[in-house]
Design a protein around this ligand. Structure first.
Ligand code: PRP
Length: 208
């Protein structure tokens, strides 16, 4: 398993905007989309290609396209904010949703929605969730997918806590994690520090 921390200055600046509690919901949403696309570029770098025939204005050549289609699996709610720009960039993308809500007391995810394509074995699967905190949501999502006999290629997460990375590493050593930053730690309520608050609430403007 590899944990790939994107150390790109532009990504770090965008994350600074997301961390700032003064950043309004629409701007937060825009930065989340942009960072998701940057991470997706990295995470999709080694996808297999196949050649198809194409005619340029001068010649017919064999030229590469992606071998398999892509399945994005956003974890609701906040993962939905990561989908739009990736999809504009690469339209041949399927979306399979998994709805999880972390119980505030036990910090374990409760599954409330699953809607996945019927056939997934030929798809390249990427899990999207802005925050990897305890890792419970990612563990649950991989478990749900394995119930359909498929494995995700990678997790794409804007910020991650060392505790969550450790938990995912222990259970699924083959799974890659792409993240902009690995933060310091979790607080007693399971929030990432210094973090960016609750991504879902900030994205959808539902904070107190
Ligand atoms: C947050 C976040 C992740 C999860 C991370 O979701 O968006 O999905 O917690 O925590 P974990 O690694 O400890 O599982 P939340 O339950 O607040 O739901 P929301 O996206 O609907 O706000």
């Amino acid at each position: 398993m590899a944990v790939i921390e994107i150390n790109h200055p532009m990504a770090l600046e965008k994350l600074t905007v997301m961390r700032n509690k003064e950043t309004a919901s629409n701007k937060f949403s825009r930065k989340l989309e942009e960072l998701s696309l940057m991470l997706f570029h990295e995470a999709s770098k080694n996808l297999a290609v196949k050649k198809i025939k194409v005619s340029t204005p001068f010649h017919e050549i064999e030229s590469p396209i992606l071998k398999n289609e892509i399945l994005l699996v956003p974890i609701l709610r906040a993962g939905m904010g990561m989908v739009p720009m990736i999809r504009r960039f690469y339209p041949r993308t399927h979306i399979g949703m998994i709805g999880l809500k972390r119980d505030e007391h036990i910090l374990k995810p409760i599954t409330y929605y699953i809607n996945l394509p019927k056939k997934m074995d030929d798809l390249e699967i990427f899990i999207l969730d802005p925050m990897l905190a305890t890792g419970g949501s990612i563990l649950k999502t991989v478990e749900i997918l394995s119930g359909y006999n498929v494995k995700p290629r990678a997790v794409i997460s804007i910020i991650s806590a060392p505790e969550g990375i450790k938990a995912v590493k222990e259970k699924y050593p083959w799974l890659d994690i792409y993240t902009v930053a690995i933060d310091e730690k979790l607080n007693d309520s399971g929030f990432i520090l210094p973090g960016l608050g609750d991504a879902g609430d900030r994205l959808f403007g539902t904070e107190d």
